[in-house]
Design a binder for this molecule. Structure first.
Ligand code: SF4
Ligand code: MG
Length: 329
């Protein structure tokens, strides 16, 4: 079966004055209709750059894609003409960004901004497009949508603005929705509500959903599977329940232990020691070795490949068995 979306051996480099920044170094993942993939990692791990490559919104140059394929229903998007690509981007594959305030135009009403999509892409009349805008605002549960359709972005709370962004992203019934840190700017209660909304919309429409986040805590209830990224590579893939129960990579384990827990209030929070890798000058061997509590001598010389460790799980750690066994130093 052809997956809805397949990223295959994707490499993305940025050619800068300081040298070549290897932001994405051979990423693979697949997504099927109705499936939610959470892509997890610190900033600089390559998770957003991968998403931008899928959307076709990287500035090229300085970005270069020297290798890899991005197949959407079997067709490699990287081989399409700009014209054919623009029919996919924003329509069949859509994206929600972190910062709704800067993504919305302050001088137009939200109804105008949503309805414009229907006028431009569906050739609707202004009146019909406005009716669709109200319908969509209802669908993303903005209270009193009919009254609020003529309000401006600044008249909405951060959470409501993010709902408006989500409404715009699903307006043209995309088959894939990518949400890049969609809740980072919001408080915890609102974060949960937005995640719940994304999950509901996905179930209603059977979209494939990619959630990009640095926070394992916010995706637990919505994701089916998780890919953890570090230094431009995927270091662990797993179904969501298994990764929480028993991570198979020291980095994932560190991320899990960094989630604030209500029951441990007052205790010092475990944070992964050290800094994310310098993409201009990656550590030898395993890129995580300078920070890894499980490190052995061979980690410094041998780069671990991502390999299947059983079922739908894979890990890029030489010592995944020790990590699974829970041996913590
Ligand atoms: Fe740690 Fe070695 Fe595994 Fe890398 S390969 S994560 S350094 S134990
Ligand atoms: Mg990012």
């Amino acid at each position: 079966d052809t997956p809805l979306l397949a990223v295959e051996d994707l490499h993305v480099e940025f050619h800068t004055r300081a040298g070549v920044v290897r932001a994405v170094n051979g990423v693979n993942y697949t997504l099927n209709p109705g499936e939610t993939l959470a892509v997890l990692g610190e900033s600089g791990s390559g998770k957003s750059v991968t998403a931008q490559a899928i959307m076709g919104i990287l500035d090229m140059p300085p970005a270069v894609i020297p290798e890899g394929r991005i197949r959407f229903r079997g067709t490699d998007l990287l081989k399409l003409s700009d014209h054919d690509r623009s029919k996919v981007r924003g329509q069949r594959i859509a994206m929600v960004f972190q910062d709704a305030l800067s993504a919305l135009n302050p001088v137009f009403t939200v109804g105008w901004q949503i309805s414009e999509m229907f006028q431009v892409h569906r050739g609707m009349s202004k009146r019909d497009a406005m009716a669709k805008a109200v319908e969509l605002m209802d669908r993303v549960r903005i209270p009193a949508a009919k009254q609020r359709v003529n309000d401006y972005p600044h008249q909405f709370s951060g959470g409501m603005r993010q709902r408006i962004m989500i409404a715009m992203s699903i307006a043209l019934d995309p088959e894939v929705l990518i949400a890049d840190e969609p809740t980072t700017a919001l408080d915890v209660t609102v974060q949960a509500q937005i995640m719940e909304l994304l999950g509901e919309l996905q179930r209603e429409s059977n979209m494939g959903l990619i959630l990009i986040t640095h926070d394992l805590g916010v995706v637990a209830d919505v994701a089916d599977k998780i890919s953890v990224m570090y230094g431009g590579r995927i270091v662990e893939n797993a179904p969501v329940h298994e990764i929480y129960r028993n991570p198979a990579h020291p980095y994932t384990k560190g991320l899990l232990e960094s989630i604030p827990r209500v029951d441990l209030k007052g205790q010092e929070l475990y944070a992964i020691k050290g800094m994310p890798p310098n993409l201009l000058d990656m550590p030898s061997g395993c890129a995580f070795h300078p920070r890894c509590p499980y490190r052995q001598d061979d980690c410094v010389s041998d780069s671990p490949q991502l390999h299947v460790i059983g079922g739908a799980r894979s890990s890029a750690c030489h010592y995944w068995r020790e990590v699974l066994d829970g041996g913590n130093e």
